[in-house]
Design a protein around this ligand. Structure first.
Ligand code: FAD
Ligand code: DLZ
Ligand code: SF4
Length: 512
């Protein structure tokens, strides 16, 4: 007798609930399966990162003395699915009489897991994923039956519960949220810090070869892969971030610069989401660094808020609203995703930069995701399903629990305002204020009409006009509608005509 413990690719944490009570005779199963790499055609770098991290994690468990049964993608008998590999593993280990797993990050996989017991004829225990700091029950207690949720309320509860940056019942410094200090553009004299590189070892090089052979026609590039893939290197990266980049993280959190994909962002999301780092320990480092005076409060608070606030909040929304959250489309957006999202081949420099950096790194920072890429999809009325697929494919940190609420709720307002009070719609002026992209663009961000006008400008006013009634009803956007009404009607007509022509000429993607 013994237990088969099935660990998925985004569960690479030694403290995982399914690994907690390992006993002699138990076997840990890990499997590289084709279905997970192709149910959407993930960025090559995301697949390589995850396979390399999985292989190293298996090595760490073995070094500790655990028995690990690891199925590689190239195994000729590989069935390409989680369910198939579970069944095959039980044939190899007939003495194991039960299965333990930790709940997955995607609805689709939970549905699979719920069928396993009947399929394999042995008990399957699905444990909660307590790497998250808020359980499903705690989120349900917070959200109740509410039709609209506010991250800020949730976040204050999480601060109280974790005690991070608290003095008793009060937030350190007297304010819960210092976001108003975190909106500075980047002055020319401030340079982004040099990042540490993690050279691929033999194991990672084998994975890079495997991925380029099997998935070389997927989006993006593997060139210069230097991301951490072990617990050891992930901790080193976290230490580097806390010491070097975090002090400026808050102040320049919303800034963008040509040719600078990372700035002062942590670049930790993929490591946290696959389990190599725990969200709690990342926050503890930031809190401790603030305690020593090395990191200002606006940086520490901003970072902690992203993790115990936004990250936990979107996860709560995903599980509360699934399965139909995937199909929400409150603004009835139906346009196909433009082809240039896959090539970066567009004259809109801010988009070209963000897409090309994404192809190179499987990463874009939050403001590129929200205010450039997301803003464009919102203004252009791109179908939420197409936008969800793109975001799930292209980023190395993307899993449905975090990608979907950010796309459906945060950028597209497709949930009608459940997750965010208002659509994050903005004209070119916002991008101009927060970046130098417009200096390198063929369009003129100051112009609203004519051949050279920045498309974000006329698309913005066309969006406001299209959704006039909804925006007028919302007290946070009512002023935008008043501004619309003050525009010269002939000018508005011209902008709407430009928007019509621009949108009509967009080359639709034939799905990637
Ligand atoms: P930092 O800027 O350094 O932030 C620190 C950490 O906070 C991140 O590592 C992440 O764990 C967390 N965080 C910050 N913002 C969010 C947020 N909105 N939701 C959840 N966690 C957050 N993040 C993902 O991890 N996976 C996704 O698939 C993903 N898709 C997104 C899609 C859209 C449309 C938008 C607007 C945001 C998305 N995000 C996603 C959130 C955020 O953009 C990324 O977490 C962040 O850019 C990752 O880079 P970083 O680690 O340098 O983050
Ligand atoms: C994303 C991904 C990929 C590309 N490949 C695998 C894999 O081969 N084996 C595995 O266990 N997990 C993989 N994953 C992560 C899963 O898709 C993830 O565990 C589920 O989406 C649930 O969050
Ligand atoms: Fe983007 Fe407009 Fe600026 Fe060009 S001018 S970079 S399209 S905001």
């Amino acid at each position: 007798a013994g237990t088969l413990r099935f660990v998925l690719g985004d569960q690479l944490s030694r403290s995982l609930s399914s690994l907690r009570d390992c006993a002699d005779g138990d076997v840990v199963l890990m499997a590289e399966v084709g279905d997970e790499a192709t149910y959407v055609r993930h960025h090559q770098r995301k697949i390589a990162f995850l396979f390399a991290a999985m292989r190293h994690f298996a090595g760490d468990l073995r070094a500790e003395g655990l028995s690990v049964d690891y199925v590689v993608l190239d195994d000729p008998a590989n069935t390409a699915s989680f369910t198939g590999e579970l069944a095959r593993a039980l044939e190899r280990h007939p003495d194991l009489d039960r299965v333990v797993v930790t709940e997955p990050g995607e609805w689709r996989v939970l549905e699979m897991m719920e069928d396993w017991e009947a399929f394999i004829g042995r008990p399957v225990e699905i444990r909660s994923d307590d790497r998250f700091l808020c359980s499903h029950a705690e989120f349900a207690a917070y959200a109740g039956e509410a039709k609209s949720l506010r991250m800020e309320d949730f976040y204050r509860g999480m601060r109280r519960r974790t005690g991070f940056l608290m003095e008793g019942e009060r937030p350190i410094g007297g304010r819960w949220n210092l976001d108003s200090e975190n909106r500075e553009p980047l002055p020319a004299r401030v340079q982004a810090p040099e990042r540490p590189h993690f050279e691929p070892d033999q194991t990672t090089q084998e994975v890079l070869g495997l991925v380029s052979g099997r998935f070389g026609n997927h989006f993006g590039s593997l060139d210069g892969f230097d991301y951490p893939v072990t617990r050891h290197d992930a901790l080193a990266y976290l230490d580097w971030f806390t010491e070097v980049a975090l002090p400026n993280f808050g102040t320049y959190q919303d800034a963008m610069r040509q040719g600078e994909p990372l700035l002062f962002h942590s670049h930790l999301s993929a490591l946290i989401n696959c389990g190599l780092l725990l969200p709690r320990e990342c926050c503890e480092r930031a809190v401790a660094a603030h305690g020593t005076g090395a990191v200002p409060l606006n940086a520490a608070e901003g970072f902690v808020r992203q993790i115990i606030g936004w990250r936990e909040f979107v996860r709560g929304v995903y599980w509360r609203e699934m399965p139909d959250y995937a199909g929400r489309n409150a603004l009835r957006a139906e346009r196909r995703l433009p082809d240039f999202f896959w090539t970066g081949d567009t004259d809109l420099n801010c988009l070209a930069q963000s897409i090309r950096e994404t192809a190179a790194n499987a990463y874009a920072h939050h403001i590129q995701r929200l205010m450039v890429l997301g803003n464009f999809c919102l203004l252009a009325g791109i179908d939420p399903r197409e936008v969800q697929e793109w975001y799930l494919v292209v980023f190395h940190d993307a899993y449905e629990w975090v990608e979907m609420p950010n796309v459906v709720g945060m950028i597209l307002h497709a949930d009608g305002g459940l997750l965010a009070t208002k659509p994050y719609a903005a004209s070119g002026n916002y991008i101009h204020r927060m970046s130098d992209y417009c200096d390198h663009c063929r369009f003129d961000v100051k112009q609203r009409t004519g051949e050279d006008a920045c498309p974000f400008n006329y698309l913005y006013w066309d969006f406001v006009a299209r959704h006039r009634e909804r925006l007028a009803r919302n007290h946070r956007t009512a002023r935008t509608v008043s501004s619309l009404d003050r525009l010269d009607p002939a000018r508005l007509d011209q902008m709407r005509e430009s928007a019509r022509r621009f949108l009509h000429a967009l080359p639709a993607s034939a799905s990637y």
